[in-house]
Structures are given as structure tokens and as C-alpha cells.
Design a protein around this ligand. Structure first.
Ligand code: HEC
Length: 275
């Protein structure tokens, strides 16, 4: 018996290989896209910060369109909760993801809130009287309800840490207090003018009887003694002319010793309208 070797021709071999490949191809199937028809929508409630420079904002996001969602802030790590806290003001993107990896995003803005909301700042001020012609009043401000207060007098004043203002002229003032966050509150206070003191009252009546015949508004000397504070401002000149030199009243007669004493007693007593 002859033994025949079984050989397959190369042509048949290639045909078999080709057949195998085509069969296995036709039998394979592309897996279905798990995200087809899945639409994840992200909505959120944002909470503004309590003011510039703070990180007190938050976003509470909720995804819909599927279940078992996890959430990521600005492509950060995914977490179970859709709430992200300790945020500064800005724009944030939140991604919600299903277990199968289907995602949806939403962009939300955290604003800076007004740091003054919710604060109850109270301001009170008291004013001492001032001399009428020499600003000498004192205003003291008290603010409560916050910290880091600074104070100013009037809208064009400069804020200062000291809560008292010295050498204030008589008048009505608006006092401002501002806390460390810039929350401002005002109140009004009046600095009253002190009445004329007895020594000055004597000088005013002397000058009205001896000098204001000439020394009125527009007088050649430029000295209008009908304005009482001009008497205070020029007391040294008055003393020189009417007491020391005796050349006033112009044309005489000179003041008597008692009249001169009215002037020198007032100057010696302080020389202010309240003396
Ligand atoms: C009759 C007008 C007249 C009377 C009253 C008068 N003065 Fe005069 N006074 C003048 C004139 C004018 C001048 C301008 C300088 C000059 O002409 O001597 C003057 C100037 C002054 C000056 C500037 C300094 C100087 O000596 O020139 C003072 C201060 C003064 N008078 C104070 C007084 C006092 C105080 C009285 C009242 C006690 C008084 N005068 C009464 C007319 C008058």
C-alpha cells in the first residue's frame, strides 16, 4: 500500500483563511452606545458670597435624565453630592455623570453678595459746644454692630480711626462710620455756638459805642467791627491802636482807663467770644 502524502495546495489554504476571516467578521457585533438617547441636564441653585474677597458662595446642582449621578466641579473629582461650597465669586461648570459615563454639564455663576446685608450698624454722636469765633467744639462718635470702624465728618471728610473730632466750628454735621467691610452708616449732630462771655460782651458794647461809627462794612481800613468775630480776629491790633498807642478812635477822644481795661481784661481772660 502506497502511502500518499496529504497536501493542500497554497491556493486552497488562502481561500480557507479568507473564508474564516469573513465568517468571523459577519458574526461580530459593535456594542450599543449606552449614552444613546440619554440626556443629562444639570440645574443648580447658587448662593452668593457674603462679600468680595470671601469664599462663602455655593452651588447646589441637580442632574436629571438618569439616576445614580455623580458630580464634578470644573472637571475636578466626582462626588456623590451635587453641592459645592466655599466658592469665591466666579463662573463654574458642573458635570453630572451616570455610572455608564454619560455626562451633562451646566455653567453657573456665583456673585459677590453685599457684605452689608444682615448687619445692624448703629451710630450715635454727641457734640460739645464751640466758641462762636474760634472752632473749639468736639464731636464724639460711637458705632456698634460691627468691627473695624473708621469715622469722618461730612461726605468730603477723610476717614480716621479716632472716633473724636476736635476744634469743630459751630454747625450741623453728618457723621459717618464705616466698618471693615465698607458698610457705612450716618447720623447727624449739632455743635452749638457758645454765647458771648461777659468780658467779650463788654468789649462788643464798647466798640459799638466808640468805633462802629467808622468801622463798618467797606471801611477804608478793611476792619468791619459790626461782625463780632472780626473783633476777636483783630484783638491784638485793637489793643495796639486803642489801648497802647491811643490813636483810635480816630480823631479822639482816646478811651478812658476804664474803657481800656474792658479791652485788656477780655484779652487777658482768654480773648475769645466766650470769655
Ligand atoms: C472817625 C472814624 C474812626 C473811628 C471812630 C475809629 N476808627 Fe479805627 N480807623 C479809622 C481809619 C480811617 C483807619 C485807617 C487808618 C488811618 O486812617 O489811620 C482806622 C484804622 C484802625 C485800625 C488799624 C490799625 C491802625 O491803627 O491803623 C484799628 C485796629 C482801628 N482802627 C481800631 C479802632 C478802634 C478799636 C476804634 C474804637 C475804639 C476805632 N478804630 C475807631 C477810623 C476810625
Amino acid at each position: 500500500m502506497s502511502v500518499k502524502s496529504f497536501r493542500i495546495s497554497p491556493v486552497y489554504f488562502l481561500l480557507l483563511v479568507a473564508l474564516f476571516i469573513s465568517c468571523s467578521k459577519s458574526g461580530s457585533d459593535t456594542p450599543a452606545d449606552p449614552c444613546a438617547g440619554v440626556t443629562i441636564t444639570v440645574s443648580a441653585t447658587t448662593t452668593n458670597t457674603t462679600g468680595p474677597g470671601t469664599t462663602t458662595g455655593s452651588i447646589a446642582a441637580t442632574g436629571s435624565g438618569s439616576t445614580g449621578l455623580t458630580y464634578s466641579l470644573n472637571n475636578g473629582a466626582y462626588q456623590q453630592s451635587g453641592t459645592f461650597s466655599n466658592l469665591s465669586a466666579g463662573s463654574y461648570t458642573i458635570t453630572a455623570k451616570t455610572a455608564a459615563g454619560c455626562t451633562g454639564t451646566g455653567t453657573f455663576t456665583v456673585l459677590n453678595g453685599d457684605p452689608c446685608i444682615g448687619k445692624t450698624i448703629t451710630v450715635s454722636a454727641s457734640g460739645n459746644n464751640s466758641d462762636k469765633c474760634t472752632p473749639s467744639g468736639k464731636i464724639t462718635v460711637d458705632a456698634a454692630g460691627s468691627t473695624g470702624f473708621t469715622y469722618r465728618l461730612g461726605s468730603s471728610g477723610t476717614y480716621q480711626a479716632d472716633n473724636s473730632f476736635l476744634n469743630v466750628a459751630p454747625g450741623d454735621y453728618t457723621v459717618y462710620a464705616k466698618d471693615g467691610d465698607g458698610c457705612e452708616k450716618t447720623t447727624t449732630v449739632t455743635v452749638a455756638a457758645l454765647p458771648n462771655g461777659p468780658l467779650f460782651a463788654g468789649v462788643v458794647s464798647l466798640i459799638n459805642s466808640k468805633c462802629t461809627t467808622c468801622h463798618v462794612a467797606g471801611h477804608s481800613s478793611g476792619l468791619d467791627f459790626t461782625i463780632e468775630c472780626n473783633i476777636v480776629a483783630h484783638k491784638d491790633q485793637i489793643n495796639t491802636a486803642a489801648v497802647i498807642n491811643g490813636n483810635m478812635p480816630k480823631g479822639g477822644p482816646a478811651l478812658t482807663a476804664n474803657e481800656k481795661k474792658v479791652i485788656t481784661d477780655w484779652i487777658g481772660g482768654g480773648g475769645k467770644s466766650s470769655n
